[in-house]
Design a protein around this ligand. Structure first.
Ligand code: DX5
Ligand code: ZN
Length: 224
């Protein structure tokens, strides 16, 4: 199965954001992954909707916006107006998850749910009709360059089965954190559709080559 590659700009050179985004496009990435952190839900701060709006102007690729923020409902309209294509919220950050997901879709966006490493995938069971994407966190969110937490592999397999057995095979599974050529094989074997990678793409000296290597590793994994 082919996978989509979503480079995370968290590890790129922010002084040259436009050029870094173009490198991903030229390297045949599929999406641009944008990490939004609020210093509350996660112990780090990054960027907000105004920067996403600027990124939109220079990206030919869809924007996959990952909100690591408490009370995301307050900002859904801002990110929709800024040009997000996929908008993903954390299940742990939403008191009324179904309402938040419908709100995202009502703005014409694709809705995603992210799960921290310790979160049980059963939380998805009653929102399967409301989602386009599940983002399985394979690190505790907040920082790039962390090591892959292996329990994510089994969690992806469990979610894949949950989706296939309930007539929701069209929902994409994405994985985020510690993805490199080794871990890409394992998650591809478990049935992932999208690889988010920061350090292994923007930390390398050849973005195009890194994207190609990840894609090939996923292909090897899915054949095993
Ligand atoms: C982590 C972010 C990730 C991060 C992944 O909280 O959600 O998207 O950029 O970085 P790597 O691939 O370096 O683990
Ligand atoms: Zn992310």
């Amino acid at each position: 199965m082919t996978v989509l590659i979503a480079p995370s700009i968290l590890s790129c050179d922010f002084a040259n954001l436009k050029a870094e985004i173009e490198k991903a496009y030229e390297g045949k990435a599929d999406w641009i992954h944008v990490d939004v952190m609020d210093g509350h839900f996660v112990p780090n701060l990054t960027i907000g909707a105004p920067v996403v709006k600027s990124i939109k102007k220079c990206s030919k690729l869809p924007l996959d916006v990952h909100l690591m923020i408490t009370d995301p409902d307050r900002y859904i309209e801002d990110f929709a107006k800024a040009g997000a294509n996929y908008l993903t919220v954390h299940a742990e950050a939403c008191t009324h998850l179904q309402r938040t997901l419908s709100h995202i879709r009502s703005m014409g966006l694709k809705a995603g749910v992210a799960l921290n490493p310790a979160t049980n995938p059963n939380v998805l069971q009653y929102v399967l009709d409301d989602i386009d994407l599940v983002l399985v966190m394979s690190v505790n969110p907040g920082f790039g360059g962390q090591s892959f937490i292996h329990t994510a592999v089994n969690k992806i397999a469990v979610i894949r089965q949950m989706l296939d057995n309930s007539g929701h095979s069209n929902v994409l599974i994405s994985v985020d954190g510690g993805i490199n050529t080794e871990t890409a094989k394992q998650v591809a074997q478990a049935g992932v559709n999208v690889l988010v990678a920061g350090n292994s793409i923007y930390g390398s000296n050849n973005v195009k080559e890194a994207i190609k290597n990840l894609r090939e590793s996923a292909l090897v994994g899915s054949k095993n």
